[in-house]
Design a protein around this ligand. Structure first.
Ligand code: 6GU
Length: 243
């Protein structure tokens, strides 16, 4: 069975959206992965088909109801019991390439897209759901985040990108940003391509790329350099534990 995505949303018309074109779109048409949307509103039971209500304790906006969301999640858990269920929310675990790799290696994902101020927290306690965020900023809903997550997973599926996506030099695969790229023309607006890249000396090129990856990561993402360093150094002795 192909890698399958189920997206639970109030806006199914946002899908496949960008996932219907280019690499992901071709892979979708080829059956390498599948995408199904589930309209959350179909699980409302009152005559107004309401999916949200005012926040307990007061405050702005509306909160998605646990009972309605649970019926939608339970249906998708029945249809695809092996697929992990994610909830897109700025309160979630930050998405990174390690999680993307793990999800892409599995059977697929079911994704609950939040809207309004958020979801009733009891749902996230009562069902096996992993809250995931795509960064420290607030989107108007989880759909755009779900599209980003799916794009990152799909490009890693066998047969989607070939050699490029399995490349160990991509940003984050080494724990660092990738080195910069150049192509013709050799001179553009008075700027030339670094000489070393035209030397044909593959060892020198590899060393230069590693240095640039490190330097650029240091200046743009000092947080990554710290983690990269940690991964290669043994933990301090007082951090070791006997289990
Ligand atoms: Cl997953 N959802 C929303 N609404 N905003 C976000 C996000 C998710 N990740 C970052 N901001």
């Amino acid at each position: 069975m192909s890698w399958s995505a189920h997206v639970l949303t109030l806006y199914p018309e946002m899908f496949p959206g960008p996932l219907g074109v280019s690499l992901a779109g071709r892979a979708l048409a080829e059956g390498i992965w599948s995408l199904d949307t589930v309209q959350i509103r179909d699980f409302a039971t009152d005559k107004h088909r309401s999916v949200d209500d005012t926040p307990a304790g007061g405050g702005a906006g509306m909160v998605m109801r646990a009972d309605v969301l649970a019926r939608a999640v339970d249906q998708v858990l029945e249809r695809r019991p092996e697929a992990p269920v994610l909830a897109m929310t700025p309160r979630g675990r930050p998405l990174d390439q390690a999680l993307v790799r793990e999800l892409a290696a599995g059977p697929g994902v079911s994704i609950l897209c939040g809207r309004f101020e958020g979801m009733d927290e009891r749902l996230l306690e009562a069902r096996p759901i992993l809250p995931v965020s795509i960064g420290d900023y607030v989107l108007s809903g989880g759909e755009v985040a779900a599209i980003a997550l799916l794009d990152a997973c799909v490009r890693l599926l066998p047969g989607v990108m070939g050699a490029a996506s399995s490349g160990e030099e991509e940003s984050f695969e080494t724990g660092l940003l990738e080195y910069p790229h150049y192509t013709r023309p050799y001179e553009w607006e008075g700027r030339t391509i670094p000489e070393v890249l035209r030397s044909g000396d593959h060892a020198r090129i590899a060393a230069w790329r590693h240095e640039r990856a490190l330097a650029d990561t240091r200046s743009r993402r000092p947080d990554l350099v710290e983690r990269h360093g940690d991964a290669r150094r043994p933990p301090p002795s007082d951090a070791r534990r006997e289990d």
